[in-house]
Design a protein around this ligand. Structure first.
Ligand SMILES: Nc1ncnc2c1ncn2[C@@H]1O[C@H](COP(=O)(O)OP(=O)(O)OP(=O)(O)O)[C@@H](O)[C@H]1O
Length: 585
């Protein structure tokens, strides 16, 4: 049954693709000549919007030059056409996509450093500059009236429409599969938190540049198709203002969702066409798109998300009515029956993490001063201290987010002090954050697989989720409360098989009951998953229950260190905590 479900899930996109081809063919035969021409425009716009859906919708990067990539694709197709390059239109179209993809990487390079308005200016500036260049130099063959040769099998408008549908289906299927891959998860992760992305071993630059490349390649394919549609492309089809309007359509519709990209493509053609029929100048279409964009930006959501949220809400209500409340408790209790491979660690085993003389200075403030500690394999060390003691600074420095630190950090005897956060994470030093860094656009399963960075079978994944009291793999993270998301973050990090896992206040946001349960589960992680844990926690009850060893920081220095019980009774530690309102003794 499970196998049948899985096969169905794998086959479904391909079945939908074949059905879409069937519908496309029927439309190519059934629609009137004029509507067929409009429908080709709809398809080319949809492909460009699909690309925008990746860069803006998934990766959260502003890019206002999508039609410039279209112009690059059209230029390459025109040039190959006048050069009578071998392979014909289909090969030229692919070349246009690749050329635009390369341009996308080049334009994406500033995006590694720029954000928001600055990036908008750069991309719009590129669009404006390219537009001026195109108007001056024209497309190859434009002056001589050289028509672009369509593929022999798809030479009429009807046939070319079906060809455009085939291209759209291939692009949409590619985007669908990419969105569900590691690359797609990296786009959504980088949109939510760059630090969170780097901390799980994913290069932020690779995530951003791949989003730009794929998006621009789709823009190039769209432009190449448009060139084939019109025969002789003109710069007026690829102006910066049109790129802006397309961007607005993409954010308004939620174009990272394929159906909404198609909806955006339909609007792109339908609005000007309706205005034309009503005798209103077509440029008013930009005003309509502008109003829709303002509405989307002010509501903070998009049409696709709103529709899906409504559907999910109804499904959840129906599911809640059907669930037997007793069954949940049983599964949580079952988790504690899972046997663990307990191999004793020799007392003289070398530390997995050794920090020596760590120092961090912010201006005149010494946030960390000569901090040293050793974490033994499969141990749980608590890192505690009053507010502002330097705990989070310690985690940032050890995990590579504060490269200016002094002192040494060794993982399994290897000095990692000079490595980036990504490299440290890949070597098995994982961390979580005090703030929520779990991208809500992903499902629990997609997030866990992305963080784990290794092949996980479904049972292993479901087991670890249940072990930490997390929701099932198919649950959308947007539907999960922040406290539970922190647990999913821990489960995912644990499944990556880290040598050391540093948890920065992982129980924040959990109820008292969940807090206790979390503590119980935490004590079993080291032996079950063969990892050592360093936990920062304010709740000394939890610290007392789970930690074998403690390091206490105060004003950036180590105040006390050693066996947990003894450290908590140290008069200096008690004095440091006196009056700290957040501590519960
Ligand atoms: N980026 C920064 N620039 C300047 N000062 C900073 C910066 N980050 C932290 N600090 C300062 O360094 C000191 C240690 O801060 P840190 O956040 O590490 O403490 P903490 O023990 O984690 O506190 P809390 O328990 O409240 O999270 C504080 O005085 C803080 O104001």
């Amino acid at each position: 049954m499970l196998l049948a479900n899985r096969s169905l899930r794998v086959a479904l996109p391909f079945v939908v693709a074949v059905l879409a081809l069937g519908v496309g063919w029927a439309l190519s035969v059934g629609l009137s000549g004029y509507v067929v021409y409009l429908a080709i425009s709809m398809v080319t716009a949809t492909i460009a919007i699909l690309g925008l859906g990746i860069v803006t919708g998934s990766a959260g990067i502003i890019a206002l030059c999508q039609l410039t990539f279209g112009a690059i694709g059209a230029w390459i197709v025109s040039w190959l056409n006048v050069s009578h390059a071998p392979g014909g239109f289909i090969v030229w179209l692919v070349a246009g996509g690749i050329g635009a993809g390369i341009a996308g990487v080049i334009i994406g390079l500033p995006a590694l450093r720029l954000r928001g308005v600055n990036l908008a200016v750069v991309t719009l500036g590129f669009a404006a500059a390219f537009d001026v260049l195109l108007v001056q130099t024209q497309f190859p063959g434009q002056a001589d009236g050289a028509q672009i040769e369509r593929p022999a099998m798809f030479s009429s408008d009807r046939q070319f429409f079906f060809f455009a549908i085939i291209v759209l289906v291939i692009c949409a299927l590619g985007v669908f599969l990419l969105q569900r891959s590691r690359i797609g998860s990296s786009w959504k992760a980088v949109a939510f938190s760059e630090r969170g992305t780097a901390a799980v071993g994913q290069s932020v630059s690779a995530a951003k540049l791949s989003a730009f490349a794929v998006s621009a390649a789709l823009g190039g394919i769209s432009g190449g198709l448009l060139a084939g549609q019109v025969g002789i492309p003109y710069a007026s089809s690829f102006t910066p203002i049109q790129s802006l309007a397309l961007y607005i359509l993409a954010i308004m519709s939620g174009a990272y969702l394929i159906d909404m990209a198609i909806f955006g493509g339909i609007l792109w053609v339908l609005v000007p066409e309706l205005l034309k029929r009503w005798g209103v100048p077509q440029d008013w279409g930009f005003v309509v798109f502008g109003v829709l964009g303002i509405q989307a930006l002010t509501s903070g959501s998009n049409l696709g998300e709103a529709i899906r949220a409504g559907i999910r809400k109804r499904a959840k209500r129906r599911k809640a009515e059907a669930v037997d409340p007793g069954s949940v408790t049983t599964s949580v209790l079952d988790v504690f029956a899972v046997p663990e491979a307990e191999e004793p660690i020799p007392a003289d085993a070398p530390p997995v993490l050794e920090v020596r003389g760590l120092g961090v200075q912010f201006g005149a403030l010494k946030a960390l001063d000569d901090v040293s500690l050793r974490v033994r394999p499969r141990s749980i060390m608590g890192l505690i201290g009053p507010n502002g003691a330097g705990k989070s600074t310690f985690v940032d420095a050890v995990s590579g987010f504060l490269p200016q630190h002094t002192g040494a950090v060794e993982l399994d005897g290897t000095d990692i002090s000079r490595l980036s956060p990504v490299s440290r994470a890949r070597r098995g030093l994982r961390r979580t954050f005090q703030q929520d860094r779990v991208p809500p656009q992903l499902t629990v399963e997609a997030y866990v697989r992305f963080v784990a960075r290794r092949a996980l079978d479904r049972d292993e994944l479901a087991d670890a989720l249940a072990f930490l009291g997390c929701p099932p793999p198919e649950e959308q993270l947007a539907n999960v409360d922040v406290g539970t998301r922190r647990l999913i973050e821990v489960a995912a990090a644990v499944l990556s098989g880290p040598r050391v896992l540093i948890l920065d206040e992982p129980a924040a946001g959990l109820s008292h009951e969940e807090h206790l349960q979390f503590g119980q589960r935490l004590t079993r992680i080291p032996s079950r998953f063969d990892t050592a844990i360093v936990i920062i926690e304010h709740d000394l009850d939890l610290v007392r229950t789970v930690c074998t060893e403690l390091t206490v920081l105060d004003f950036g220095r180590v105040l006390a260190q050693g066996e947990a019980g003894a450290v908590l009774e140290d008069p200096a530690v008690v004095a440091a905590y006196m009056g700290d309102a957040e501590v519960t003794q």
